[in-house]
Structure formats: structure tokens, C-alpha cells
Write a protein that binds this ligand. Structure first.
Ligand SMILES: *[C@@H]1O[C@H](CO)[C@@H](O)[C@H](O)[C@H]1NC(C)=O
Ligand SMILES: *[C@@H]1O[C@H](CO)[C@@H](O)[C@H](O)[C@H]1NC(C)=O
Length: 367
């Protein structure tokens, strides 16, 4: 009797072990998904016929490979640094042919330079992945992963993932304010345009939730009136464009409010507001405090503030990218991106609402 139950026990253990061995590979660390524009694109536009691209030198000059990868940075961009800080592999662009098999389980980057909340933003860039299409690709991604690990595990992977979405800047810079008397500026006053943008953004975030997103960092727009490109076009003595700063000042608080509304409707803190306006404004207002020689002149570019045209091999190029807040006329340098990510990770409620990423990671590791 005794030996019988013992052997029954070992039989059970054997069954258990076999069952575990049969399980599809466990999802080990948290997946990371990225949506949005050039601030977070890490190379999708390389695969498209578009003028919004960063796949030639001097882009990537400080990247580990020293090659241009499609990132709008001298080195790493914001999602890369988040991955690095959380000990995760950087996500591959969704369109990269290498994104297959197990690599899919790390996550994916769906962002595309030039896009905005609205479909008519960035039309001058021709072929870019608008946000609706990025979300369609996310569905396609989930079908592909289901084929690898099954539907249930895929849902689990997506529900427990960290998501970053960055949109809005282009809806001003590459739409409303792109040309004087743009179609959108004739249609809407600025305050009405912002209300419209927020209502469209809400639908996008609702869709992301419906697709399984449960931890979503949402950045606001930076100080779009202070970027070298706008200083070159609109500034006489280096002051930020009042009009574009007003746009950001209207947009960002309404975004934070909309995220809070969504969270209370859902009954959970799914959406986290990252106040990238203030994060950027800190070093834009006091560059020296942060070790920058300037926040007005881009490292790479030409014309006033190096703010005209594109950053190419023919542009002025600063020798030390670490002492410039802006790498090109629109995008922060890797060092500026590191300051931003540090605030995302550990910032107070002035920067991260309702909590910072360290707190999120600690909370989620307990569940
Ligand atoms: C944007 O385009 C997509 C795909 O064509 C469409 O489904 C969506 O309704 C459009 N959004 C707006 C605000 O028109
Ligand atoms: C942010 O993160 C730090 C730890 O890195 C923590 O001490 C602090 O309380 C957090 N702040 C908020 C507002 O969550």
C-alpha cells in the first residue's frame, strides 16, 4: 500500500514534469511595445518610401555600431534607454525582417517618424505608418505570436507588457503650423483644434486598451516652440515661439486630464502621463545646469541655430554631442534623452502622473 502510493506520487511528479516540459516556452521578462512618431521610431521608416528618415550619417554617430539605424538621435533614443534601464533587449522595428521567432517575445516598435494623432498630419512625408496602421500591425503581431505560444499566453504577454506612445507634436509642427493658413488652422481656432486632437487621441488609446494594453506610458508634447527648427523660422532673438508654446500649454494638461478620465472609466491606472514638456523645459531653460553649452543650437544642421533643413553629411556637426541638448533641428541628443528617461523612471508627481516607472515596475512585479 505504502510503496504503491509512493510510486503513485512519483508518477504524478513525472506527469507534472512532462506537462511543464510540454508547455510552450515561458515568457520570461516583460515585453515592450512602442507606438508613435520620430521621437520613438527606431527604424521602421527605413523600410518605407518616405522623406522622414534617419538612415544615413551622421545619424547614429554615437550609436554602439556608429551606424545610422533610423533613430532620430546621435545615439540611443527614449525607448532604447527605457529598455536599457529596465534590463531588456531593445525592441526591433516591426518592419525589420529580423523580427521573427523568439525575438517577437521581447516586444516590437511600431513607431513611424512623421505621424500624428490625425491622418492628415505628415502627409508631406508621403509613405509613413499612421497610428491606425500601427495598431493594425499590433493586431497582426498578436496573431503571429499566437502561432508561437498560443492565444492565452499571447494575451498574457500583451496584458503584462509595458507600452510607450508618443504623439501630438507633429499635429502642430507638421500640420496646423506647417504653412500659414493651413487647412486645419482655417478650420479650427487653436483651442478648438486641441479639443479635437484630444478627442481623437482618446479613441486611439481606447483601441490600445481594447487590444490588451494595460500599462501605457503616454508622453505629452515637448516645448515645440523652443526647438532649433522653430527658433530658426520664428524667433528674432532666440526666444521660443509664443504660438507653438501656447499650443503645447493647451494640449498637455488636457492630455493628462483625458488619461485620468480614461483610467477612472476603466477603474485602473492603465495610462500614465509623462510630462515631457517639463522634462525638456528643465534643460531648455537652464542648459548649463544640465551640462549643455546650449539648448538653442542643434548639433547637426545649418542656418540660424542649425535649425534649417535636414541633418546630413553636408551639415555643420558639433564635435561633442553630449554638450548639446538638441541633436538635430527637432530631436534631443542621446544625453538629453537620458535626462528625460531618468525623470520617467524616478520623477515626482510633477513629472509622472499618477506614478513613475520605478513605482510601476515595483507594483507589477508583486502581482
Ligand atoms: C484615419 O484613417 C483610418 C484608416 O483609413 C480610418 O479608419 C480612421 O477613421 C481615420 N481617422 C480619422 C479621424 O479620420
Ligand atoms: C518615484 O520613484 C522614486 C524611486 O525611484 C520614489 O522614491 C518616489 O516616491 C516616486 N515618486 C512618485 C511620485 O511616485
Amino acid at each position: 500500500m505504502m510503496s504503491c502510493s509512493l510510486s503513485f506520487l512519483s508518477y504524478c511528479i513525472l506527469l507534472l514534469v512532462l506537462a511543464f516540459c510540454d508547455l510552450p516556452l515561458e515568457v520570461e521578462s516583460r515585453a515592450f511595445f512602442v507606438f508613435g512618431d520620430s521621437l520613438v521610431d527606431n527604424g521602421n521608416n527605413n523600410y518605407l518610401l518616405t522623406s522622414a528618415r534617419a538612415d544615413s550619417p551622421p545619424y547614429g554617430i554615437d550609436y554602439p555600431t556608429h551606424r545610422a539605424t533610423g533613430r532620430f538621435s546621435n545615439g540611443l533614443n527614449i525607448p532604447d534607454i527605457i529598455s536599457e534601464q529596465l534590463g531588456m533587449e531593445p525592441t526591433l522595428p516591426y518592419l525589420a525582417p529580423q523580427l521573427t521567432g523568439d525575438r517577437l517575445l521581447v516586444g516590437a516598435n511600431f513607431a513611424s517618424a512623421g505621424v500624428g494623432i490625425l491622418n492628415d498630419t505628415g502627409i508631406q512625408f508621403f509613405n509613413i505608418i499612421r497610428i491606425g496602421k500601427q495598431l493594425e500591425y499590433f493586431e497582426q503581431y498578436q496573431r503571429r505570436v499566437s502561432g508561437l505560444i498560443g492565444a492565452e499566453q499571447t494575451e498574457q504577454l500583451v496584458n503584462s507588457a509595458l507600452i510607450l506612445i508618443t504623439l501630438g507634436g507633429n499635429d502642430f509642427v507638421n500640420n496646423y503650423y506647417l504653412v500659414p493658413f493651413s487647412a486645419r488652422s482655417r478650420q479650427f481656432s487653436l483651442p478648438d483644434y486641441v479639443v479635437y486632437l484630444i478627442s481623437e487621441y482618446r479613441k486611439i488609446l481606447q483601441k490600445l486598451y481594447d487590444l490588451g494594453g494595460r500599462r501605457v506610458l503616454v508622453t505629452g508634447t515637448g516645448p515645440i516652440g523652443c526647438v532649433p527648427a522653430e527658433l530658426a523660422q520664428r524667433s528674432t532673438s532666440g526666444e521660443c515661439s509664443v504660438e507653438l508654446q501656447r499650443a503645447a500649454a493647451l494640449f498637455n494638461p488636457q492630455l493628462t486630464q483625458m488619461l485620468a478620465d480614461l483610467n477612472s472609466q476603466i477603474g485602473a491606472n492603465v495610462f500614465i502621463a509623462a510630462n515631457t514638456f517639463t522634462m525638456n523645459m528643465d534643460f531648455v531653460s537652464n542648459p548649463q545646469t544640465y551640462g549643455f553649452v546650449t539648448s538653442k543650437i542643434a548639433c547637426c544642421g545649418q542656418g540660424p541655430y542649425n535649425g534649417i533643413g535636414l541633418c546630413t553629411t553636408l551639415s555643420n556637426l558639433c564635435p561633442n554631442r553630449d554638450i548639446y541638448a538638441f541633436w538635430d533641428p527637432f530631436h534631443p541628443s542621446e544625453r538629453a534623452n537620458r535626462i528625460i528617461v531618468q525623470q520617467i523612471l524616478t520623477g515626482s508627481s510633477e513629472y509622472m502622473n499618477p506614478m513613475n516607472l520605478s513605482t510601476i515596475m515595483a507594483l507589477d512585479s508583486r502581482t
